[in-house]
Design a protein around this ligand. Structure first.
Ligand code: HEM
Ligand code: HEM
Length: 184
């Protein structure tokens, strides 16, 4: 039984990347919301962290996608109903798309607004801006894209967490344990 258990679990690397990226994404939402009520100079500092953190999420997502291609995730639980399995596949795939699209749109917005100024990665090094135009329409487009994709991510997050809680507390089928090595 224990062999089947561990074989049905995500690899350690997938688990670390899942929770690290989840924390950074939650942090970036909170950072963006909190900064809205800050005085201008504090807001600029906070948005500097938001941008560096967002670029970090983009880079870690590329690592995560590479990892996923190298280490196949365990098959979805056989006990899932067909609609649950389909919804899980759609949600997970959309998450990967959005983990790239949200920070890329943010980077596009920064690049257009800052006229090609790089993003300072917590003062350690610079990450290059995207080669985009700096006119009002381009700024507006990336702003809209960043907002719409971030909102879609928030909706998906609600669905994903609700599903995780349903499997943990109603179905009690061990789904959570696949992403948490210490849970049996
Ligand atoms: C923004 C935050 C999050 C993102 C972007 C995210 C993304 C993902 C993705 C893409 C997968 C599929 C992994 C794969 O098969 O490659 C996954 C699986 C999973 N996530 Fe999350 N997640 C987040 C937060 C959470 C939270 C807060 C929970 C728990 C409350 C959670 C619980 C799970 C579980 C249990 C699985 C495994 C599902 C299974 O395959 O059976 N996630 N997550
Ligand atoms: C997964 C990563 C990210 C998430 C979840 C995220 C989320 C958000 C959210 C929720 C907002 C507030 C939206 C609004 O109401 O206007 C916002 C604003 C903003 N984000 Fe991000 N963001 C991410 C990455 C980035 C990156 C990488 C950059 C730039 C390098 C960036 C630049 C900005 C800017 C400049 C704003 C302010 C827009 C305004 O003035 O209204 N974001 N972000």
């Amino acid at each position: 039984m224990s062999t089947t258990d561990s074989a049905a679990r995500y690899s350690r690397g997938s688990i670390i990347l899942h929770w690290l990226i989840a924390l950074l994404i939650i942090g970036n939402f909170i950072g963006a919301w909190v900064s809205e009520d800050m005085p201008r100079d504090q807001k600029i500092v906070m948005m500097g962290y938001h941008k560096a953190n967002g670029v970090l999420i983009l880079l870690l997502t590329l690592v995560r996608i590479g990892w996923r291609l190298a280490y196949r995730p365990p098959a979805l639980l056989e006990t899932l109903k067909s609609w649950e399995a389909a919804l899980a596949r759609v949600t997970h795939t959309l998450f990967y798309v959005l983990m790239l699209a949200v920070p890329l749109a943010g980077l596009g917005l920064h690049s257009a607004f800052g006229k090609g100024k790089p993003v300072s990665m917590f003062g350690l090094f610079d990450f290059p801006a995207l080669p985009v135009a700096s006119d009002k329409a381009t700024i507006g487009l990336f702003h809209e894209l960043h907002e719409v994709t971030a909102t879609a991510m928030l909706v998906l997050f609600g669905l994903h967490v609700a599903a995780a809680l349903k499997h943990q507390f109603l179905d009690r089928d061990g789904t959570m344990a696949r992403m948490l090595p210490f849970l049996r």
